[in-house]
Design a protein around this ligand. Structure first.
Ligand code: NDP
Ligand code: 2IT
Length: 446
């Protein structure tokens, strides 16, 4: 920290004292950025950091919907339009009972830097609702999504704000949201990404976050003279990101021995059978517990946090924020883990991140390593504007190039700004910030 970043952070703490996740993300970012302000005193004169950390706009609204029993339910939804410095707001919608403003502000702040790192013209945003899609019928989910869009539509648009999926928001939810947007506005436009392939979606978007994570991790591991081939991996979560991280890291020659959901984890020493996992999670929307009933030799354990007790070379946290704490990090280091790649947003606590960096574990921060999802969303936007669709191979090829470029940006910034050339946390924060800062300076005090 220098005087300026410390002053801005203490102001943030005073004004947002109850927003712990937001303050956690801001602390890490501001801590990294200190050297930038030493090189650019003009940023302080224009209060650039004070502007950067404050969302441009937050919309909060109620979502009333009628459940299967005929009872009216009311949920609370938000859209945080964080930064339009380099393009229209862009970022997912989270549907989970834990959703609150602190979580969405942390996600929006991270998204602003992540989207900048992709090299594509997208600003940062995030939204969501404390609705829980788990255990709801398709009709209930549709009723909820239609009601949510009945307010959200007036705040979004292909050149304004383009939401997408996140926890609890998958292809089904995006479809219902898109249908309602079109019905209200009459406009067939690329206003959401992660759409189905029959109505404007992009091939490889489903796979993009997990695949992109593995491309980043491969670049990082190989740049440090190591390899993925023959290694053991643990992937937490069993949702969209986790499933396709498993698929790609397996194709790269690793064996995934454990996966989890919010209730517990599966250990399968023979390697988790992805076909069984996909059937269970993508088709049946079931619990991971049932994997053990279907695959001989596997074990189910209650408690998702315990997944990090499983010995591995590569850890890929792909579930949610703060799922990997200091004691888990100590175990991973003691068990010989040499690389961590964040598929989720901020899955590693600040203390655990510091331990990995201090222990020489190669650490791929989420805002860089999981940027393949939003990058491919931006490719979906391009295809929608062009009225074209690219093949799976074309999109995957572009994704691979984007992830390599992001890794190189992080490595260069780490080399130029940190005394540790493998501190990709500092690298990602600085490389992402510099583009946003330059765009903000050029556009004046807005
Ligand atoms: P999904 O809803 O598909 O899957 C989420 C997974 O995480 C599930 O296995 C879920 O278990 C588990 N999980 C959710 N909340 C918790 C919790 N509080 N404690 C423990 N486990 C939990 O979401 P995604 O795979 O899309 O997202 C996973 C992470 O990746 C999130 O951090 C998201 O922000 C991030 N991300 C997603 C991108 C995307 O394109 N989808 C892009 C970049 C980042 P259960 O089913 O039991 O709830
Ligand atoms: O956290 C993320 O980057 C996402 N949930 C994906 C956002 C997007 O717009 O594709």
């Amino acid at each position: 920290m220098n005087d300026y970043t410390a002053k801005v952070l203490s102001g943030l703490k005073a004004r947002n004292a109850h927003e712990s996740e937001f303050l956690q993300a801001a602390t890490e970012i501001l801590d990294s950025l200190a050297p930038v302000f030493e090189k650019h005193p003009e940023y302080e004169q224009t209060s650039l950091l004070e502007r950067f950390v404050e969302p441009e706009r937050v919309v909060m609204f109620r979502v009333p919907w009628v459940d299967g029993a005929g009872k009216t339910q009311v949920n609370r939804a938000y859209r945080v339009q964080y930064s339009s410095a380099i393009g229209p707001y862009k970022g997912g919608l989270r549907l989970h009972p834990s959703v609150n403003l602190s979580i969405l502000k942390f996600l929006g702040l991270e998204q602003t830097l992540k989207n900048s790192l992709t090299g594509l013209p997208i600003g940062g945003g995030k939204g969501g609702c404390d609705f829980d899609p788990k255990g709801k019928t398709d009709t209930e989910v549709m009723s909820f999504c239609q009601s949510m869009m009945t307010e959200l539509y007036r705040h979004i648009g292909q050149n304004i704000d383009v939401p997408a999926g996140d926890i609890g928001t998958g292809a089904r939810e995006i479809g219902y949201l898109y249908g309602q947007f079109k019905r209200i506005t009459g406009s067939y436009e690329g206003v959401l990404t992660g759409k189905g392939l029959t109505y404007g979606g992009s091939l490889a978007r489903t796979q993009a976050t997990g695949y992109g994570l593995c491309y980043f991790v491969k670049n990082m591991i190989e740049a440090n003279g190591k390899t993925i081939q023959g290694k053991t991996a643990v992937v937490s979560g069993s949702g969209n990101v986790a499933i396709y991280a498993h698929e790609k890291i397996t194709q790269m020659g690793a064996k995934v021995v454990a996966m989890s959901d919010s209730l517990g984890y599966i250990y399968d020493p023979n390697g988790i059978d992805l076909d069984v996992m996909k059937q269970l999670k993508e088709v049946e929307r079931g619990r991971i517990k049932d994997y053990a009933k279907r695959v001989a030799g596997s074990e189910y354990h209650e408690g998702c946090g315990e997944i990090w007790t499983i010995k591995c070379d590569i850890a890929l946290p792909c579930a949610t924020q703060n799922e990997l704490n200091l004691s888990s990090a100590k175990l991973l280091v003691a068990n010989g883990c040499f690389a961590v790649g964040e598929g989720a947003n901020m899955p590693t606590t600040l203390e655990a991140t510091e331990l990995f960096l201090a222990s020489g574990v190669l650490f791929a921060p989420g805002k860089a390593a999981n940027a393949g999802g939003v990058a491919t969303s931006a490719l979906e936007m391009s295809q929608n504007s062009l009225r074209m669709s690219w093949s799976f191979e074309e999109v995957d090829e572009k994704l691979m190039g984007i992830m390599k470029d992001i890794f190189e940006k992080c490595a260069d910034a780490a080399k130029n700004y940190s005394d540790n050339p493998t501190n990709y946390v500092v690298g990602a924060n600085i490389a992402g910030f510099l583009k946003v800062a330059e765009a903000m300076m050029a556009q004046g005090a807005v």
